[in-house]
Design a binder for this molecule. Structure first.
Ligand code: PBG
Length: 325
């Protein structure tokens, strides 16, 4: 008999563990939270298309973050939903904006939670685009200064890392320069380097109330058909000074993630986005798949493909599931 007997090492859990190549750890996971600017700081508004997730008032958020930390979650990403939106997204970079307030409160109340902030204008602009509008289109270079201001305001409020998600060209450089100029040389930038114009963001846009009021994001987010372009985007962000590169969404783009892993030596993040979460939740609720198994298999696969860390709405549950195994 001279064939490969792969089954020899699969006979017991101890044997399988011994040769397991990838391990998903609680500290790999980053949970996104939505903070809602509202007089009622205890408010919790469930997001219909994302079962288990809510828009949270400031104090409700602090409570959930405290609880999640106690259950073993160590990293969060913050998105803000401001009371007022305008053409220039001014609440994105206001020193007393909702995200800025939330960062400060969380770092006071739960100092050992790592707080990463999403840097973008779309939740703050009346038109819902990620940059300034002129002549009917999104203007790249005039937007850069506002993104840099937004990042700076988050860092001044106490953020541990900033994550630009707008897909304007040159924004990593603009943010890096602004942070360095103000003395924040040690503050890392996690760039949404390879972000596709994806239908999987649908539930997020309900959650963040950030759907564009006209047109779409295809003039700045990438065409799902392109992988080589993703490599160029990654390379550009490395040159501009990104510390962590992100690929988003995750499961449909694992080939891109792997190609970047093979080419660059930076830490990589993958964003398992709202639509990916919603699909698993919906099928799980119907009893068509086992939610926990499918979620953990998905996250393990993202890690196997090359991610060092994963943004996922399953993070809060997954850190507990992982401890139960
Ligand atoms: C903001 C932003 C989006 C997501 C993260 N940051 C939405 C978008 O680009 O339309 C999507 C996250 C998700 O779907 O979970 N630019």
């Amino acid at each position: 008999m001279s064939f490969f007997r792969g089954r020899r090492l699969r006979r017991t859990e101890a044997m399988r563990s011994l040769v397991r190549e990838t391990e998903l750890r609680p500290q790999d996971l980053i949970h996104p939270f939505f903070v809602l600017e509202d007089d009622d700081t205890q408010i919790r508004k469930p997001i219909a298309s994302m079962p288990g997730q809510s828009q949270l008032g400031l104090e409700a958020l602090v409570e959930d973050v405290r609880q999640a930390r106690a259950h073993g979650l160590s990293n969060i990403m913050l998105f803000g939903i401001p009371r007022h939106k305008d053409e220039r997204g001014s609440q994105a970079y206001a020193s007393d904006g909702i995200v800025q307030q939330a960062v400060t409160r969380i770092k006071e109340a739960v100092p050992d939670m790592m707080v990463i902030t999403d840097v973008c204008l779309c939740e703050y602009t009346s038109h819902g685009h990620c940059g300034l509008i002129a002549d009917g289109g999104v203007q790249n270079d005039p937007t850069l200064e506002l993104l840099a201001q937004t990042a700076l305001s988050h860092v001044r409020a106490g953020a541990d890392m900033v994550a630009p998600s707008d897909m304007m060209d040159g924004r990593v450089q603009a943010i890096r320069r602004a942070l360095d100029r103000e003395g924040f040389v040690d503050l890392p930038v996690m760039s949404y380097a390879v972000k596709y114009a994806s239908a999987f963001y649908g539930p997020f846009r309900d959650a963040a109330q950030s759907a564009p009021s006209f047109g779409d994001r295809k003039t700045y987010q990438m065409d799902p058909a392109n992988a080589l372009e993703g490599l160029r985007e990654a390379e550009a962000d490395v040159q501009e000074g990104a510390d962590i590169l992100m690929v988003k969404p995750a499961l449909p783009y694992l080939d891109v993630l792997r190609r970047i892993r093979d080419r660059h030596d930076l830490a990589l993040a993958a964003y398992h986005v709202s639509g990916e979460y919603a699909l698993i939740k919906a099928a799980g609720e119907k009893g068509w798949v086992d939610e926990r198994q499918v979620a953990l298999e998905s996250l393990t696969s993202i890690k196997r493909a090359g991610a060092s860390c994963i943004l996922t709405y399953f993070a809060r549950d997954a850190v507990q599931w992982l401890q139960e195994y």
